[in-house]
Ligand binder design. Sequence first.
Ligand SMILES: Nc1nc2c(c(=O)[nH]1)N[C@H]1C(S)=C(S)[C@@H](COP(=O)(O)O)O[C@H]1N2
Ligand SMILES: [Mo]
Length: 349
Amino acid sequence: MTAESSAVRPRLRPSPIRRLSANQVNLLLEALVVAAMVSGVTSWAVGTGWSRLWTLLHGLCGLAILLLAPVKVRRSVRPGLRRRQPSRWLSLAFGLLVLVTVAMGLLHATGLWFGVGYWSALWVHFLAAFSLIPLFLWHIVSRPVRPQTTDLNRRLVVGGSVLGVASAALYGSLELAVRVADLAGGRRRFTGSHEIASFDPERMPTVVWIDDRRPQGSLDDWSLTVAGASVSIEELWDLARPLDAVIDCTGGWWSEQRWDVVSLAELGDWTGRSIKVESVTGYARWLPAGDAADLYLAVGYGGRPLGRGHGAPVRLVAPGRRGPWWVKWVTSVEPSGRQWWQQLPFPPT
Ligand SMILES: Nc1nc2c(c(=O)[nH]1)N[C@H]1C(S)=C(S)[C@@H](COP(=O)(O)O)O[C@H]1N2
Ligand SMILES: [Mo]
């Protein structure tokens, strides 16, 4: 072969993403990790269609991190390992945890793998992301990326834009592939959750939040007070009518059931700021008093009494809100002077 023929082969210019400086890659990655955390928690908290935007943004952040990973390895990880800093293993663990987080998010979103039992892909995604926080803070402190005015150059604009477009293209291709392959991911809800056991409550999962416990013992002497008055389960059954509503657990599944419900507006005048709905276990949520007409006490589904795991004898049905609001084993529903937003976005226990 002559030198001439090899010269004909076009020399590929490195892509705009690969032309980013190490500092620029680090800045982008840090911004993406923060954006991923904010959008992830927000898409978790929002149960209405508005959630779609956050779920999408969250997915794009994850894919952009994935696309930047090879550049990051070439620019900082390999040189860093060669420098043999004592903390390099911690940095490596941080990077691996980021990759595990993204991988689990992808497995959940596509529906390729849901995990095993308690260790659902989305739960591992969340646990990995949560344990990232201290490592992320440590990484920022021990390996500070000092933004310099020289970082704000054309390369950053071009590289960042190409990264955004590439992430969107990858997102689109994944959506298409998932549909063509008829994976469960093609049917996920705007929250990112997958459908399970609709109108088949016996097959619906039972979930407790962090460390709550399903109460034991007899239901015969259940006491329920609503706006100061004692209400019996029989009275609720007399008033109940069917309502189709979707429960969407932050664990990544949703299920539609025909609940037998009575609206809170029918059971009292809610003039306070909020309504405190409390479980016999102590688990409680405050809901806006103005929403009383669209909040319900359910005693059954499909005309049958609720199962114990699903909140028997009475639970809250809160359409348009994520699972943690659907308080189970309700013993008291009372007006409260507290604003509904004066509580943690997710129950502490
Ligand atoms: N008292 C009480 N209510 C609760 C919970 C809990 O732990 N304790 N978990 C909530 C969460 S996170 C979800 S997703 C739903 C699950 O309802 P299910 O078990 O009927 O599927 O109940 C909600 N209500
Ligand atoms: Mo949940």
